[in-house]
Design a protein around this ligand. Structure first.
Ligand code: ADP
Ligand code: MG
Length: 361
């Protein structure tokens, strides 16, 4: 029996999701374990994993071989756990006896360039460059008055800074937890000192888009794309994330809420609705190909898209490890589809291997 391994940095991560998957696995004749990269013993090449026991609702410890298929749900931070796990995962990606459903994406600047190379997607990308120095940032501000600094290795809205120039003062706004913090620099030299410190990490410099809806709530549209049982990309979830009034970001986990896509859409002026839906389709059709051709196979993608007041649609961000919760809240009928997804795709992978005559590695 083929086994799918759900790999994350802790056994607690996405517990409910892993449990639903564990319950589904047997319908597909697929075994299911969860483990962390640190559970692999380099000597024996065995994994100290957990299997789900549906009757008791418990996860039990077992020792298994490294699974044939891996669903990588590791989210790295700056902690020790991440530092230790990352090289193990890189090694696993090359280990011939296992296959990742999707290989994940590189940092944002590389992703941006891959998207930018696509003639269709170009039109949907906010003008973006690398924030090479404080001078680059100041020049952009002088021209556009307002811009966004975005960490190349960021996620979940962390590290995003909104800069504004009024007169000679630069204002930097960023979110710390629930609160919007603002720093004001009336002297260029003090801004440069601060900016230099920020830019020790790699940052993207991007045109600021007014993503607030008519009531002043920043909103963005999230699309969840997955490969189906025939290996073809499909849009399997659509939702809208909304932050608090006059906030900066739409995605700080505790502060933002999900809004049903349909109810949100009904507030968009009628004549814009059709164009918007058309743009979403165009983007959803183009992104997977633009990324897979350069970076290898993917299983799923989360797209962050926004609509500005002038009716224009922008692609803000692409994630290769999208969360699922937001997509389930207003579309419980999606549950089946989302929990089946990884297994449908596993079955497809197994079939295509058999067809190629490779058999199971
Ligand atoms: N160019 C922009 N203009 C205005 N707001 C932005 C811009 N880019 C990002 N944001 C806001 O910041 C949030 C996080 O940015 P994003 O690019 O999705 O990075 P990540 O989710 O990886 O932190 C977005 O969901 C959006 O609310
Ligand atoms: Mg994002």
């Amino acid at each position: 029996m083929m086994t799918l391994g759900f790999m994350s940095l802790s056994h607690q991560h996405e517990k409910a999701y892993a449990e639903e998957l564990a319950k589904k696995a047997s319908d597909y004749g697929i075994g299911f374990i969860r483990f962390t990269p640190l559970d692999i013993s380099p000597g024996s090449m065995l994994v100290k994993a957990l299997t789900y026991h549906p009757k008791s609702g418990q996860w039990n410890e077992v020792e298994r071989e490294i699974p044939e298929l891996i669903y990588d749900r590791c989210f790295y931070g700056r902690n020790q756990q991440s530092k230790k796990a990352k090289p193990i995962v890189e090694w696993l990606k090359k280990y011939p006896k296992t296959e990742f459903l999707g290989l994940g994406l590189p940092e944002k600047w590389t992703v941006y360039n891959a998207l930018k190379a696509d003639p269709v997607l170009q039109a949907y990308l906010p003008p973006t460059s690398l924030a090479a120095s404080a001078q680059t940032v100041l020049r952009r501000l002088a021209k556009e008055k307002s811009c966004i600094l975005k960490p190349a290795y960021g996620s979940g809205g962390r590290g995003i800074i909104h800069l504004e120039l009024s007169g000679k003062t630069v204002k930097a706004a960023y979110q710390v937890g629930k609160h919007k913090q603002i720093k004001s620099f009336s002297k260029q030299a003090s801004f440069e000192t601060w900016c230099k410190k920020v830019l020790q990490h790699r940052y993207l410099l991007q045109t600021f888009l007014d993503i607030q809806d008519k009531d002043g709530y920043p909103c963005d549209i999230r699309l969840l794309l997955q490969k189906n049982g025939s290996g073809e990309w499909e849009t399997v979830g659509k939702t809208v994330r909304r932050s608090y009034q006059h906030g900066l970001l739409t995605n700080l986990a505790e502060d933002s809420e999900s809004v049903s896509f349909d109810s949100w859409l009904s507030n968009v002026p009628k004549k814009r609705q059709a164009v918007l839906l058309d743009d979403l389709d165009t983007i959803a059709n183009a992104v997977p190909h633009a990324l897979e051709s350069g970076h290898g196979p993917l299983f799923e993608l989360g797209l962050d898209i926004c609509l500005t007041k002038d009716g224009k649609v922008w692609l803000l961000d692409v994630n290769s490890k999208p969360g699922k919760k937001a997509f389930l809240q207003y579309a419980p009928e999606n549950r089946e589809l989302l929990y089946k997804g990884p297994f449908e795709y596993c079955s497809f992978l197994a079939e295509s291997r058999d067809k190629k005559g490779v058999g199971r590695k």
